[in-house]
Design a binder for this molecule. Structure first.
Ligand code: PHE
Length: 417
């Protein structure tokens, strides 16, 4: 049914052909798990903030400002344009974001606030909050998660404290004529406008600070590795992975901030690094929390395990009890206007979650099939149901499964097999 306005955080927005935010998603706004006392996400947030406060002080005062109360409703300018994300970049797709309308969406990363905070004159700051992404459904993915993003800038005199003859910018870089370098090719090691010394010094600081952070959270023995990465708003860029339970786990993205972003924010006399890390990943690894949905639990069996503890104590989550899963398959023929390749699985996942709520543990594509004679296309998904706090009955699951079937018939005109 076409709705003409959407109400988000008590504000009305005009909807349009981009609107894909759902009531279920709107219901997560304002939970602010990262600020909830005794919540694992807020404990990790506090440890990260403490690390940065204690690592960087100026005459005994913290050299960082912390923003943890910024509204998740942002413009496409904040989330993408200001960060030099090209118009055809996949992260802008409707299938990846929750749009309120063409110009407004729920932020997909905390970096959405970077440019504005730089423009307001800040040079060292943390941005902490909830971010929203459309994704698959499993034990480590949830459409809402939390990030800590940071910017640390250095002026020449700070960066080269004892080597004042060195320079941040290449001699032929003209700050008054940025076009002179935006179209030129970067070196893989640094941006065109930066000197190698400046870029390498920042890179070393960035990596040292982040390794320090990971060690302060997981202990000195943590195994890690740097992986080269690409982000439109940093160059060079890296991802940090930690070795956890026999797997490499990506915990953060980082890099040297594109000078175009710093230059458009104000005086162009510094170099900066930035990073963004996911709080859920860290908390799940630190406390051995097996399912991301537990973060949203209001069950005292979960929450009391994190209550009134010193934030640096080793906590290991003990499953209250593990209730059984129940898996039901759903096979359907697609209508003639859809093929197994054009069917939007993320739309389907949102629909499943809208109808099924948080008892949906996982949705997996099991089979794609094109009938050799009729050329009809068919898909089969397995839906795994589990309640975190009680046993679901088969009858109850069948009921929800039927409701999901009804909803996909109504939305896509499929025929259940
Ligand atoms: N915003 C990026 C993400 O969400 C992380 C990042 C932040 C990378 C800052 C580089 C610099 O994946």
């Amino acid at each position: 049914k076409p709705v003409t306005t959407v109400l988000v955080n008590e504000k009305e927005y005009q909807s349009d052909d981009y609107t894909n935010i759902t009531p279920k998603i709107i219901s997560y706004l304002g939970r602010n798990l990262h600020l909830q006392k005794n919540h694992p996400l807020s404990i990790v947030r506090q440890r990260i903030v403490n690390y940065f406060y204690s690592s960087f002080t100026q005459r005994g005062n913290p050299a960082f400002s912390v923003y943890d109360n910024l509204t998740p409703v942002v413009t496409t300018k904040q989330n993408f344009d200001d960060l030099l994300i090209p118009l055809d970049h996949p992260s802008r797709a409707k299938s990846d974001c929750y749009y309120i309308n063409r110009g407004t969406l729920l932020r997909g990363h905390m970096t959405a606030h970077q440019s504005e905070l730089l423009k307001s004159g800040l040079d060292n700051f943390l941005m902490i909050g909830d971010v929203y992404r459309r994704d698959e459904i499993d034990a480590t993915h949830f459409p809402v998660f939390h990030q800590v993003d940071a910017v640390r800038s250095q002026r020449k005199d700070e960066l080269f404290r004892d080597k004042q003859d060195l320079h941040i910018f290449e001699p032929n870089f003209d700050p008054n004529n940025p076009q002179a370098f935006t179209n030129s090719i970067d070196d893989p090691m640094k941006q065109r406008c930066h000197t190698l010394e400046a870029s390498k010094l920042m890179e070393t600081q960035l990596k040292t600070h982040l390794i320090g952070l990971v060690k302060s959270l997981f202990g000195e023995g943590i195994k890690f590795r740097w992986v080269e990465a690409y982000f439109p708003f940093t160059h060079p860029s890296w991802e940090l992975e930690i070795y956890y339970e026999y797997n490499w786990l990506e915990v953060l993205g980082c890099g040297i901030v594109r000078n175009e972003i710093l230059a458009s924010a104000g005086p162009n006399n510094s170099i900066a690094y930035a990073f963004g890390l996911g709080l859920e990943r860290l908390a799940m690894a630190l406390y051995k929390i097996p399912d991301i949905r537990l973060m949203w639990s209001t069950d005292s069996g979960f929450l009391t395990q994190f209550e009134n503890v010193d934030i640096n104590t080793k906590i290991r989550y003990k499953p209250v009890s593990s209730f059984p899963q129940c898996t039901n398959d759903m096979s359907f023929w697609l209508p003639p206007n859809l093929t197994v390749d054009t069917f939007m699985s993320n739309d389907f996942y949102d629909l499943v979650r809208d109808v099924g709520g948080d008892i949906i543990e996982q949705v997996k594509l099991k089979d794609k099939f094109v009938h050799p004679k009729s050329k009809k296309h068919s898909l089969c998904y397995s839906i795994v149901y589990r309640h975190l706090e009680r046993t679901l009955t088969q009858a109850e699951v069948n009921q929800v499964h039927k409701e999901i079937e009804k909803a996909i018939i109504a939305n896509y005109g499929v025929v259940i097999r």
